[in-house]
Design a protein around this ligand. Sequence first.
Ligand code: NAI
Length: 331
Amino acid sequence: MKTTFFGTQPYDRDTFCRINEEFGLQLDFHRSHLNRRNVALADGADAVCIFVNDEADAATIRELAARGVRLIALRCAGFNNVDLRAAAECGITVVRVPAYSPHAVAEHAVALMLSLNRKIHRAYWRTRDGNFSLHGLLGFDMYGRTAGIIGTGRIARALIEILQGFGMIVVAYDPSPDMAYATSQGVEYMSLDELYACSDVISLHCPLNESTQYMIDAAAIGKMKRGVTIINTGRGGLIHTEALIDGLKSRRIGAAGLDVYEEEAAYFYEDTSDNIMRDDTLARLLSFNNVIITSHQGFFTREALDNIARTTLSNIKAFAMSEEPLNEVKA
Ligand code: NAI
């Protein structure tokens, strides 16, 4: 069973090769992303392994099927970049890593929140330049503030535990609320409008799909508390970026911590520092002193990388042994 990996970085190759000593699978690594133009790299492979910024749209999937690929193994949790219907039509099985370390992403969301609140990103540069002034660095106590959590799955629950440790009040929205969880953890479910109206910090932890795309748009931002902090470690497409920029300019949004960005595929995970930035929206976001952008690194801890590799290789091995597919994603 040969698996072609797309979009790999040195740390992916190191981790997968080390964990593969337990599995003995044939792995072939490529740096470039999967898309319609380079699908030929999968020639001779039974499976492809892809990540968040690879494009498995219908045309690419048909090309993969024509080359004999029978499995798409996502080495991530989200699957919004795979056309599941096209995969089913072509007889390609899709598997993913549903959970590898919810703590990694939750802790990164907290890092963004605290950095923005206490202006650590600005203080770091100031003190290095001999500027010990506090002007502009005023933050607020997290204690007693309200955190609005959208989506209450694995990552959100890890986050909620941390925020409650700060003494924050946690409110949440989820179309499939878990009342037993809410009661036992002291979390109050409410409508999105109610959450927008009362939250000092809003953090997004739902999947990107047709119903959640651009859920944070001008109308939603208009309902939020003035000065709200928005944290997005979910997917870029959850936020209408132009509306976010307008909200930042009008100061309705006090700060934004973004680990994901709708057009991230052209930039994230690459060193583009020698080039002129062509994405004016990203350039505008980067110009705000109350915005921190990280390059989709929420998952990036040693524990998470090991878990991702182990689950992905288990998924591929189970498929190769003709067992029931593990962690299958269906249309
Ligand atoms: P999960 O599947 O455990 O939880 C998702 C929750 O969202 C569920 O409770 C579901 O009911 C809820 N949901 C579904 N539709 C919703 C809607 N319209 N509004 C509000 N909530 C809704 O997922 P998990 O593991 O907590 O991950 C959440 C998201 O985080 C993933 O879909 C992925 O996009 C993103 N992610 C980001 C990473 C990063 O490195 N920044 C790493 C891993 C995941």
